[in-house]
Design a protein around this ligand. Structure first.
Ligand code: GLN
Length: 307
């Protein structure tokens, strides 16, 4: 394996003449290294990791392009770049991901929140703003909350919402609860250990149920990028033989937990619009089905109202 950055400089460091490497030099070398390792975003990765080591933001790296790095900084940076070179996602290396206006702690117990999932929050806020719930604050349920991304963003963006978030993973709930506290939303979201609806009070009802369930077909697992396959929790991604297992269960059971006129909003894989709307139609308990697209133009969010 080639060293990612500064082998030459380190060798040279024993001689008085060797200049310490600058930000520009290190970024160039580590970008090439990460490109060679197959990163889809080598320059961005290199910048995010170096900014972390130096306690800067990415703009500072450009302002300070000729700042020399001392040997401990170079060593710390090399360690992070090597980790990224193995495919480990930047969000796990930094322990942090950004979603809507939240900074969330993430680790390998949870899926890294994706930008396309922000559309689920958008759709949720649109529904809540329609103001068609019966009485009291609208009750929202997030199924498979992971890092808490959707639940916390809805709580933050719709201050009246009374949010419950469930996950089958205790580790995920622990992380999500920490994220709630860090965002000042601890009192706003109830976290419940539950495999889909199984752990909920069977009499509970909600105005809105949201979820980004696992939706990758099992057979596609081996062809996922190593960043995903090698690091993210399979139970958050693998949706069974056709990727629709969780939708079948959610669509069958959500009816019981939604009040009449309540809304179900689901993230879907970009080729699953007909599969998921088909399940909703077959269930014969939902109306006003709609599918909306993400910024890439892919079908991404399905919305339906309970009859
Ligand atoms: N969008 C994710 C991916 O492609 C999958 C998320 C999910 O299964 N819910 O990696």
């Amino acid at each position: 394996m080639t060293d990612p950055d500064t082998q030459d400089e380190r060798r040279g460091a024993t001689t008085a003449a060797a200049a310490p490497p600058t930000i520009t030099l290190l970024l160039g070398k580590s970008t090439d290294y990460l490109k060679g390792k197959g990163s889809a975003t080598p320059r961005l990765d290199a910048e995010l990791l170096l900014a972390e080591v130096l306690g800067m933001n990415r703009v500072d790296l450009y302002v300070n392009y000729d700042r020399p790095l001392n040997p401990p900084e170079v060593d710390s940076y090399r360690e992070l770049v090597v980790r990224r070179g193995t495919g480990e996602p930047v969000a796990y290396i930094l322990g942090r991901a950004y979603f809507r206006n939240l900074a969330l702690e993430v680790d390998r117990r949870v899926l890294i929140p994706r930008p396309e999932t922000e559309h689920v929050v958008e759709a949720a806020v649109v529904f809540l703003s329609e103001g068609v719930w019966s009485a009291g604050p609208p009750r929202v349920l997030d199924i498979g909350t992971g890092s808490g991304a959707i639940a916390l963003a809805v709580a933050a963006e719709y201050p009246d919402a009374d949010v419950t978030a469930v996950d089958a993973s205790e580790g995920a709930l622990e992380l999500a609860a920490g994220n709630a506290a860090a965002a000042g939303l601890a009192g706003r979201v109830a976290f419940v250990p539950s495999d889909l609806f199984a752990g909920l009070d069977p009499l509970a009802t909600f105005d809105l149920i949201v979820s980004n369930p696992p939706y990758i077909a099992s057979a596609e697992w081996d062809s996922l990028p190593v960043d995903v396959r090698g690091f993210e929790p399979r139970e958050a991604l693998d949706g069974g033989a056709d990727g629709l297992d969780c939708y079948r269960r959610i669509i069958a059971e959500a009816y019981q937990f939604l009040r009449p006129g309540g809304c179900l909003i689901l993230e879907i894989g970009y080729r699953q619009a007909s599969g998921v709307t088909g399940l909703l139609i077959d269930a014969d308990r939902y109306r006003d089905l709609s599918v909306s697209k993400d910024y890439a133009g892919h079908d991404r969010v399905v919305r339906a109202s309970r009859l």
